[in-house]
Design a protein around this ligand. Sequence first.
Ligand SMILES: [Fe+2]
Ligand SMILES: [Fe+2]
Length: 291
Amino acid sequence: MPRALITPQRLVDHVRRLGEEHPPLEVGRVDRTVHDARAVRARFGPTIDYMARVELEVERNVLELLVLLPDVDETNRMFYQDVWGPQEVQHGLILDQLQQDLGLTPAEPELSEVSARVRILGALAHLAPVQEVVRLLYYLTGAATERSAVIAYNAMSSGLVEMGEHAIAKTVIAPIKQQEPGHFAFYQMSATAMLQQEVLAPWQLHLARFLRSRSFGLVGANNRAQRADYGGVIVDTGLGDALEDYARDVGRVEARLLWAHRQGAEVPGYVLRALRDSVDLHRERQAAGAS
Ligand SMILES: [Fe+2]
Ligand SMILES: [Fe+2]
């Protein structure tokens, strides 16, 4: 592999650096000036609500993580407990405050219900050979999720600047957006390290591919209504016409690690299908609402 070797020490250093350089953001430091609340609400209301919910659901994500990786090591524990968890919760609180400032209802995160999909994977994860497969899937999910967040925040940020809403673009979206790439890098490096060290036997990689292609889900989209909501986020952030680029971006890490042996597999088909499905559901719902 052409990439530099990712040693356990490099991962620990990365997590420590994130903790030192990016303390959790403070809700009180946000400049809450909004010039045209109605316009922001119309353009980004559902997107802010979606992102607030997903960020706040980090609490449930930690429960899921403990189900998935019962034997989590110190580096991973330090990452989710000391860095990622506290940072994401603040992202959620800040976005939730913003949407309430805009006159919208608070987010309704699902904090305790671990999904059936996670419980099944968790049961399998107790078998040692499967545990490592699940760990790889966890990193790939994390990488795709963090990348999706950056894409959404980038689009929101330029949209808000365009609308002249500089205060919230600069003090809400920009600082949140700055913390996501470090999370992405952790998952990306962790997954890459597993492949570099050949932790998985060929049959385990087959299993990882099979499970990933069957279980891929867009972040925060755990039922039909939420999938339609995600489609709304895609459309409202102006990404509906470039789904293939979007899928390529979100699926880049797994395309490289799982599917590189297949010609033309640079966009995992299941990622593109999930995006298309969510946009279709959103449009269907809109059409039903309009009729
Ligand atoms: Fe976040
Ligand atoms: Fe993040």
